[in-house]
Ligand binder design. Structure first.
Ligand SMILES: Nc1ncnc2c1ncn2[C@@H]1O[C@@H]2COP(=O)(O)O[C@H]2[C@H]1O
Ligand SMILES: [Zn+2]
Length: 423
C-alpha cells in the first residue's frame, strides 16, 4: 500500500527532452540523470518509511517532496509564489519534475482548504499525483509544467484586490483544481486533427470541445478514483463536478469571441456583482482563460520559451499530417509558419484583446499593467525577429503591425479571422 502511495506522490521521471536536462548550465546529462535517480530512490524510501511509521507526509509543510539539496531553493521560490516573474521552469527542475503537485499542496495550505473541506491529505496527494502523471511529459507545450504555470498565474489572479475578498473557499478550490487539470491527458494535437483522423474522442464528444470535454471527464474520473470528495454530500460533489466542467470547457479557444463579447458587455454596463455566485463563476472562467494564454505576458525569457514550445508542438502535428498525407493545419507547417509569425499573430489576435479587458476589470492593478507592458514588449520583439521571406509572412507582419483580428492563412491563400484557425 505504502509503495503504491509513494509512487502516486512521486511519479517516476520518464526520459525527457534536452531542455529538462541541466540544473546548472555546466552539468552533464549523465550526472543530472544520476542525481535524479538518487533523489527519487531517496524520496521513495523517505515516503515509505514515514508512512510505515504512521507519520503524515505533510508535517514539513508542503515541501516534503523535495530533497535537502533543493529544498532551500524551492522553498525560497515558493515564498514568492505570488510574484509575476516566478520561473516555473526552474521550479520544475528544483522539484524534480513535481512542480504541479508541490505547487498545489502549497496553495491548498495557503488557503487552508484542507481544513476547510476536511480533506484527507493522503487522498489529496493521490489526486494531485494522478493529475500530474496524466499530463504527457513528451509534449513540448501541453505538459504538467504548462498546468503548473497556469495554476501559478491563476493564483496571482485570485489575489487581485478586486477579487480576493469576494471569493469563497469553494471558488478558490474550484479555480485551483480547474487550472491544474484543465489540459490533463492532452495528446499534443488539436481538435481538427482528432476530427480528421476520426479519433474516438472526437466521436465521443461529437466534434465539439473534444479536448476540453476529455480534460474535464478525466478530472472527474480522477476525483472519484481518489475518493477525495467521498465524505461530502452527493449534491455538493455534483455541483463541484459540474462547475469544474464549466470552467475547463471555457478554456476552449474556439469560444474566445463568445466570452470576450460577454465580458465587454458586462464591463460596459458595469453590472458585475461579485456577491452573485454566477457572476463570480463567470469571472473565474475569464481568469482561467487569461491564465491559460498568459505566457506572452511573462518576461521575455519565459515568454520566449513558451512561444517556442507551443510552436514546436504545432510543427510536430504538421509533420504527422504530412506523414499521413493529411492537409496540414493552419500554423502547423514549419516551412510556412515561423515562430515569430505565430507569436505576433497570437498576441495581436488572442492575448491583447483579452488582457485589455482584464485590465479594465481589475483596474487599478499593478499586475495587469505589468502584463500589458510585457505583452507590448514581447510583441515588438517577435515582430523584430520576423524577417519577411514569403508573401505569407509579409501579410502576417502587416497584420501584426496593424493589430487587427485578421490573419493570413497561406494554405487557403486568404485572410481569415484568427479565431477560425482554431475551429
Ligand atoms: N504563445 C502562444 N502562441 C500560439 N498559441 C498559443 C500560445 N499560447 C497558447 N496558445 C494556444 O492557445 C490555446 C489555449 O488553450 P490550450 O492550452 O489548450 O492550447 C493553447 C494553444 O493552442
Ligand atoms: Zn492550457
Amino acid at each position: 500500500y505504502s509503495s503504491c502511495l509513494s509512487e502516486a506522490v512521486v511519479p517516476l521521471i520518464s526520459p525527457k527532452p534536452a531542455y529538462f536536462n541541466s540544473i546548472e548550465s555546466g552539468e552533464t546529462e549523465f550526472s543530472t540523470k544520476r542525481r535524479m535517480k538518487h533523489l527519487l530512490s531517496f524520496q521513495r524510501y523517505y515516503h515509505t518509511s514515514r508512512l510505515l511509521r504512521g507519520l503524515a507526509p505533510h508535517d514539513s509543510g508542503s515541501l516534503y517532496l523535495l530533497d535537502d539539496d533543493y529544498l532551500g531553493q524551492a522553498a525560497h521560490m515558493l515564498s514568492k509564489v505570488g510574484t509575476w516573474n516566478f520561473d516555473i521552469f526552474l521550479f520544475d527542475r528544483l522539484t524534480n519534475g513535481n512542480s504541479l503537485v508541490t505547487l498545489m499542496c502549497h496553495l491548498f495550505n495557503i488557503y487552508d482548504l484542507i481544513h476547510h473541506f476536511q480533506l484527507d491529505i493522503v487522498k489529496l496527494h493521490g489526486f494531485f499525483g494522478m493529475v500530474q502523471k496524466d499530463y504527457h511529459s513528451q509534449n513540448p507545450y501541453h505538459n504538467a509544467i504548462h498546468a503548473a504555470d497556469v495554476t501559478q498565474a491563476m493564483y496571482c489572479y485570485l489575489k487581485e484586490p478586486k477579487l480576493a475578498d469576494q471569493l469563497t473557499p469553494l471558488d478558490v478550490f474550484l479555480g485551483l483544481i480547474a487550472a491544474a487539470a484543465h489540459d490533463v491527458d492532452h495528446p499534443g494535437v488539436n481538435q481538427p486533427f482528432l476530427i480528421k483522423t476520426r479519433h474516438h474522442l472526437a466521436s465521443l464528444y461529437q466534434n465539439t470541445s473534444v479536448l476540453e470535454s476529455h480534460h474535464w471527464r478525466s478530472t472527474v474520473g480522477m476525483l472519484r478514483e481518489s475518493g477525495l470528495l467521498a465524505h461530502l454530500p452527493a449534491e455538493i460533489t455534483r455541483v463541484i463536478e459540474q462547475q469544474l466542467g464549466s470552467l475547463i470547457l471555457a478554456t476552449d479557444i474556439c469560444r474566445q469571441n463568445e466570452f470576450l463579447l460577454t465580458f465587454r458587455e458586462h464591463l460596459d454596463n458595469q453590472d458585475l456583482d461579485l456577491l452573485d455566485a454566477s457572476h463570480r463563476h463567470f469571472i473565474l472562467q475569464i481568469a482561467l482563460k487569461c491564465a491559460d494564454v498568459c505566457n506572452p505576458c511573462r518576461s521575455w525569457e519565459l515568454s520566449r520559451q513558451w512561444g517556442e514550445r507551443v510552436c514546436e508542438e504545432f510543427h510536430k502535428q504538421g509533420e504527422l499530417e504530412k506523414k499521413f498525407d493529411l492537409e496540414v493545419s493552419p500554423q502547423c507547417d514549419h516551412k510556412v509558419d515561423s515562430v515569430p509569425a505565430i507569436q505576433s499573430g497570437f498576441i495581436s489576435c488572442i492575448a491583447e484583446p483579452l488582457f485589455e479587458e482584464w485590465n479594465l476589470f481589475t483596474h487599478p492593478s499593478l499586475l495587469s499593467q505589468t502584463m500589458l507592458d510585457h505583452l507590448d514588449k514581447n510583441k515588438a520583439h517577435w515582430i523584430r525577429l520576423l524577417k519577411p521571406r514569403t508573401l505569407a509572412e509579409e501579410q502576417t507582419y502587416a497584420c501584426a503591425e496593424s493589430c487587427d483580428l485578421w490573419f493570413y492563412a497561406p494554405q487557403q491563400n486568404r485572410y481569415i479571422c484568427f479565431y477560425v484557425l482554431y475551429q
